[in-house]
Design a protein. Sequence first.
Length: 299
Amino acid sequence: MLKRAGLVVREKQGLFFQISDGVMFKRFAWLSAGAAALPLAGAGSALAAQPRPWQMSFQPAASPVMEQIQSFHNLLFWIIVSITLFVLALLCYCAIKFNEKSNPTPSKTAHNTTLEVLWTAIPILILVVIAVPSFRLLYFMDRTDKPEMTLKVISHQWYWSYQYPDHGNINFTSNMIQAEDLKAGQPRLLAVDNEVVLPVDTNVRLLVTSEDVIHNFAVPAFGLKIDTVPGRTNETWVKITKEGTYYGQCSELCGINHGFMPIQVRAVSKQAFAQWTEEAKKKFAASPALQPAQFAAAR
């Protein structure tokens, strides 16, 4: 039996891994994160933001960033489909028109100025159409516009800890709930003992770092995926637009229990969040505070 951060892993059960290169834009890896996490019977609409069996698309967007990611994805999809169909049609045309039987005397044409201009100009135009919304999205994702609160995220092997510096420095750890301890409606490999609670319609600045190795904090419904690096603080932001419970996972291979680092975020109204903070101050009052040195200066 291996014990890590309150997680007990029986050797006979085997281990589950998810590999990602940590690049921010490779969000398609998220869809595989919950392949083993099947929605349980009785799960309500608040648990909709989790992977589904045979899921072929993104989870419903719950932030402005994810809405723009989906829009950009749809644009790329139709561009790729159009190019694929055009190339397929061109290959079929050439195979039929210029085979030995249909064209026994092949043409000796060396070049065609019109065609050469077209197959240079059209790809350039396509790249411009892709580049403009791509850069717009990158800059939109990178900004932290007038943050109303800050959430600090610290990754560990193999659990998460969170701090609310603007709300009495609430501090707690979050571990995955083992299968035998799950309650009705809690998804396997995704439910945690202490969830993150955030208010909707609020600009939340996220400061993320790591205590040991590189991890990655990823929540698909928010369009959120950012590396947590030891000795460095990375910054991003999120504005949740819908109340509910959202799930994510560590998306950077970080060791033997990498597949057991889920993220659970519950988005509530601002009034409910204010009430939660008062309760959390009492609940986590005995929790030891993390050392300030764990956070490098935010850049």
